[in-house]
Design a protein around this ligand. Structure first.
Ligand code: FES
Length: 382
């Protein structure tokens, strides 16, 4: 919901004691499964953040990235010593990691251009076929390898898979590990446990970039960050338990669990909570105010789904920037416009209206949102 006035910190209605304890317990259970399989666990965490802890969609997505970063980092650290790394494993993981960064960027940019029903269908078919096949293999104790390229073809395929998985994850918000692990098993010949570990290595730069981007966008305000850290602490305990079990659990059992997770992930593509979350990630225009609500040369503080935004009017044109100043958290909507720049009301840091770039302190920019006027109303893409 959009509304005027940005009083109080976003997410201020979170009870850190109650929600933090609940989040820590549920996080531990999810973390144990994630640590065992080698995925980030986001597809199980998101329903908890949305429906149990009742975070608004954007804040749930932000909290999920912080916890996911902790989970994949600790899982990788814990599993590192359990795997006999070869130069080939490191090379495949490294190429995938680099390609994933490009793929995630393209996926996020194309999110509102890609025909998502088609992409969703393709990914659903992939997850169903692979998930069912994994369960069959686990029961039959069979192993299938479709390809095992060598040399430059192998690196090229690693780059292609890393890019495609990250682009699809970025565009639709589906988890990357669930797609990357089967690809590593069937196209590169990696055993299931090793595939999970290589996938974790490949995912870290993308997950880290996502967490920093959400923080910069203001989707992880301080109270949500504390809640994410509490749930993250539980998740990390779970990851340690799950990873410790790894050497003793039969690889066929892990494959069966992973197959089940893929089928659940397919169901997630159709569940309303996930669709809502995905839609929010893809960006949508929201009507925020009337054109006359913002005085010429001034700002207006508004809030959309718990996210603070500042709308400025400059020469009859409207611009929307993130609502909190990166210096000391002032409400930017209480500021004003001077020479094409938004000015913070507290210590007068200045930000280009056209880009959000900070001209007072380079590198401390504000995110700029797309903004349009339709029939006397101002719309902002969030
Ligand atoms: S709070 Fe904005 S410049 Fe200090």
């Amino acid at each position: 919901m959009a509304g005027s006035g940005a009083g109080g910190e976003e997410g201020a209605n979170i009870s850190l004691a109650r929600d933090g304890a609940l989040g820590a317990v549920l996080g531990a259970v999810i973390g144990a499964a994630a640590g065992l399989i080698g995925v980030g666990g986001g597809e199980f965490r998101i329903p908890v953040l949305l429906h149990v802890l009742r975070l608004p969609v954007k804040l749930a997505a932000g909290a999920n990235t912080v916890i996911g970063l902790g989970v994949v980092t600790l899982s990788l650290a814990r599993r590192w010593g359990q795997m006999r790394w070869t130069a080939d494993d490191l090379a495949v993981g490294g190429v995938m990691a680099v390609a994933s960064v490009f793929g995630a960027t393209v996926g996020a940019r194309q999110a509102h251009r890609v025909s998502s029903p088609w992409l969703r269908r393709i990914i659903s078919v992939y997850l169903i076929v692979v998930g069912a096949w994994m369960i069959f293999e686990a029961l039959a104790h069979a192993e299938t390898i479709l390809l095992r390229p060598t040399g430059p073809t192998r690196w090229a395929l690693a780059g292609l898979v890393g890019f495609a998985v990250a682009a699809a994850s970025g565009a639709l918000g589906v988890a990357g590990g669930e797609m990357r692990i089967p690809a590593l098993m069937y196209l590169f010949g990696a055993p299931v446990k090793e595939a999970g570990t290589i996938s974790l290595l490949a995912s870290i730069p993308t997950v880290a970039a996502g967490a920093f981007a959400y923080r910069r966008l203001g989707h992880i305000p301080n109270r949500v960050l504390v809640l994410a850290l509490l749930m993250g602490a539980g998740s990390l305990a779970g990851v340690l338990a799950g990873s410790a079990l790894l050497p003793d659990v039969d690889r066929h059992a892990i494959k069966a669990i992973l197959g089940g997770v893929l089928l659940l992930a397919t169901a997630g593509l159709a569940v309303p909570g996930f669709l809502e979350w995905r839609k929010a990630r893809m960006g949508r225009f929201v009507e925020v105010c009337g054109v006359d609500d913002v005085a010429e040369g001034k700002g207006l503080a508004i809030e959309v789904d718990g996210l603070g935004i500042a709308v400025f009017r400059d020469g009859g044109k409207y611009h929307a920037l993130l609502g909190r100043c990166p210096h000391a958290d002032a409400v930017m909507g209480r500021g004003w416009v001077d020479d094409g720049e938004a000015v913070c009301p507290i210590h007068q840091w200045r930000f280009k209206l056209s880009t959000g770039r900070c001209t007072t302190m380079p590198g401390r920019s504000l995110h700029k949102f797309r903004c349009k006027v339709v029939e006397g109303r101002v719309w902002v893409e969030v």
